[in-house]
Design a protein around this ligand. Structure first.
Ligand code: NIG
Ligand code: FE
Length: 417
């Protein structure tokens, strides 16, 4: 088959390729070109560089589609590496209860929080779960997200966990955003059960059924006070690994219980939240090549106690950024997560952008190397997933936080928004 010139994006004021030194020597950690463009052949980046050079080899008029990005910025599509975007019900009254002083842990202990969403999801058809998820994916796409991880964990029984994963697979088929499915049967201890007893269900019933259907890539656990102990979490993650699912851990969010250390011991793809992680935890994560995932939206919605992201970056960790979109953190926009990462965690706009793209791809095992294809970058050969931002530089993604600056989105070389 002859290669197809799918798309040429031309005349952008700035094109961000990914993390690296800068062409023009001002080292903000981003490889970027000015007055530049991108050519896409067969869904992948064929060339990126100054528009005048690009035009000669890839004339826009010969492409199936072309985008004039004059005065605009082109960035890799965002990879949202941690969400609970498949849910049902309304917990806005808990937002009010938290404003009156109730804590997240208290609401959960009273059968609210996750357990309340579980009751709603069990009563919702798979078709409705899919429709709601698709509507959320539309919002994410409009804000530049092209890949999103979604966790189950609002079923807490085999049938409903499988239905959630089915809804994710159906949404993935029907929508341009790629959905990466994570099984999270160990998201909360169902009412009237003990953790130990429920973990047996997860390991002996839920995991084999999930593996049988082949519809999850990762296995996550909520290792925290009021949820699962490190020992219970390890049992779930080891069993998940035996079934071919790569571990992930919700670690050190509400209390320091050892989740980060566990993540490093089981060689998890990521350890997420980390509000109470210590310097030793961060060192262990770096040594074991576990990606720390920052979720400033959750910290913001719970009152602004942020993870020490600076310490992670200074220790050399490839910190990733995600929305954690869920009924407790109702925010789907990666640019807003970038604003929070900058203002709340003191990341530079360039660091926030890398965290939201290349590092986030690593948290989902899409890094460089065989099969990884450098998702989260616009290097040659990477999948042509990108956003055209109506602003003169990438800094505006975090800086302009009251409007959505994302104007067009391309997925696999197709203009999809
Ligand atoms: O990552 N911490 C556990 N899970 C989610 C919250 C889910 C919920 O409250 O519904 C989180 O913040
Ligand atoms: Fe989460």
């Amino acid at each position: 088959m002859t290669p197809t010139l799918d798309l040429v994006v031309h005349d952008a004021r700035e094109v961000v390729v990914g993390p690296d030194e800068n062409e023009n020597g001002d080292d903000d950690g981003l490889r970027r070109h000015e007055n530049a463009g991108i050519a896409v052949v067969d869904g992948r980046v064929a060339a990126v560089g100054p528009t005048n050079e690009l035009r000669r080899a890839y004339p826009p008029e010969n492409a199936r589609e072309s985008l004039d990005a004059t005065g605009k910025t082109v960035v890799p599509g965002f990879v949202d590496a941690h969400t609970h975007a498949c849910f049902a019900g309304d917990r806005s009254d808990e937002f009010e209860a938290k404003l009156r002083g109730a804590s997240y842990g208290e609401l959960l202990a009273q059968g609210g929080g996750i357990l309340r969403t579980v009751r709603a999801v069990r009563e919702t058809s798979t078709r409705e779960l899919t429709a709601d998820l698709l509507a959320h994916l539309d919002v994410m796409l409009a804000h530049g997200t092209t890949t999103v991880e979604v966790k189950s964990g609002y079923g807490l029984d085999t049938e409903t966990e499988l239905r959630m994963l089915r809804a994710m697979a159906d949404a993935d088929d029907a929508h341009p955003v790629d959905v990466v499915p994570t099984f999270m049967g160990a998201h909360a201890v169902p009412q009237g059960r003990t953790g130990d007893d429920y973990v047996e269900d997860v390991v002996c019933e839920q995991l084999p059924a999930v593996a049988d259907q082949g519809i999850a890539r990762f296995c996550d656990v909520f290792c925290d006070e009021g949820a699962f102990t490190p020992e219970q979490s390890r049992r779930v993650l080891d069993a998940g690994r035996d079934h071919g699912l790569t571990p992930k851990v919700h670690a050190e969010e509400l209390a320091h219980t050892g989740g980060a250390r566990l993540a490093s011991q089981v060689e998890a793809a990521s350890a997420d939240h980390l509000l109470r992680a210590t310097a030793a935890d961060v060192e262990a994560l770096v040594d074991a090549d576990v990606v720390p995932v920052l979720l400033p939206g959750t910290a913001f919605s719970l009152g602004g106690d942020y993870a020490d992201a600076r310490a992670m970056l200074d220790a050399g960790a490839p910190a990733a950024l995600a929305t954690d979109f869920n009924p407790n953190c109702f925010a789907r926009s990666m640019p807003f997560a970038m604003t929070l990462a900058c203002v709340g965690m003191r990341l530079t706009p360039a660091e926030a952008l890398v965290a939201a793209t290349a590092h986030a791809a690593r948290a989902l095992d899409f890094g460089a190397g065989p099969g990884g294809g450098e998702r989260g970058t616009l290097r040659e050969d990477a999948p042509a997933d990108l956003a055209v931002v109506d602003a003169p530089s990438h800094t505006h993604l975090a800086y302009d936080f009251d409007v959505n600056r994302v104007e067009r989105v391309v997925k696999g070389g197709e203009v999809v928004h």
